[in-house]
Design a protein around this ligand. Sequence first.
Ligand SMILES: Nc1ncnc2c1ncn2[C@@H]1O[C@H](COP(=O)(O)OP(=O)(O)O)[C@@H](O)[C@H]1O
Ligand code: SF4
Ligand SMILES: [Mg+2]
Length: 344
Amino acid sequence: MAPGEPLLEVRDLVKHFPLTRGVLIKKQVGAVKAVDGVSFALRQGETLGIVGESGCGKSTVARMLVGLERPTAGHIRYRGEDITRLSGRAMKAVRRNIQMVFQDPYTSLNPRMTVGDIIGEPYEIHPEVAPKGDRRRRVQELLDVVGLNPEFVNRYPHQFSGGQRQRIGIARGLALRPEIIVADEPVSALDVSVQAQVVNLLARLQDDFGLSYVFIAHDLSVVRHLSDRVAVMYLGKIVETGTDEQIYDHPTHPYTQALLSAVPVPDPDARAHRERILLSGDVPSPADPPSGCRFRTRCWKAQELCARVEPPLAVPAAFHDDAGPARHASACHFAEERHVVPSE
Ligand SMILES: Nc1ncnc2c1ncn2[C@@H]1O[C@H](COP(=O)(O)OP(=O)(O)O)[C@@H](O)[C@H]1O
Ligand code: SF4
Ligand SMILES: [Mg+2]
């Protein structure tokens, strides 16, 4: 990897799921454009937050990053190497370094397996990481690392709370000592009171092990604590990207502004002054996205141009000095700063 090169780089990533009709003879009648040209970079030790409403394509991006889904087009580079279409042993070796933590700790852990077997399962695929005789000790060490009692190794998932189960999922994600963790809404299924504990655990693990995270959430407030950079997704595309400060304090895309205006503000004074932007309607179908700007059917600023011309993800002309790694780009013809939520 050349100096300064990102650990993970994604270029124009696309995933279209074919829509077929017919039972015996299947005919493709269209495609669900779940991910439609997404680019980003993740640097070593950094956290990239990806946010957006449900159905925007976040999980599909995550699944492509860890090799659970094959991209329709585009590239994924890891340490400078194109890993998009690797297979067999080469793929396995790379995947060891990029692990996933799943959204729902209730369904992602096999109820018939003990916690020890769940956390140690990755060693079945990569026996070179931990010889058989050493696995139990390693699993117990991992339990300790995620704040669970190592004595629990023979218990079953149903004997744990939601937060504890997600700790088990995180321990499994760490088993192979990966460099990158892709966490797909790791706290969305948890009680609010438990969410912070799991986010704090992830932050501590990042420091202890020098991990890099792609952290996915539908709620902007969840990612703020961890993210160095944030990418906001809408209907298969990134509509705004920047540092956490740029996104939270100076959002320029109407969609980001609307998402931020929905984040609860604890301070009653600040709450009284803030302007709520209500998003009308649902996310349109990714099988038939709107022409031009995909957000236009829900955008209060939409004009005739928006239906005709798709806005590129670019740094708005007014902020052209803002380039380089701190690039604050927005896919809107009329991007402008708007102060939506006072900083904490
Ligand atoms: N295997 C699949 N086959 C067909 N459509 C899919 C498949 N997986 C996801 N989709 C569709 O792709 C879109 C994006 O889904 P997803 O990536 O799960 O979004 P998010 O994680 O942001 O909620 C949705 O419309 C979803 O229904
Ligand atoms: S390009 Fe037009 S429709 Fe799209 S976000 Fe900007 S103002 Fe709204
Ligand atoms: Mg999802």
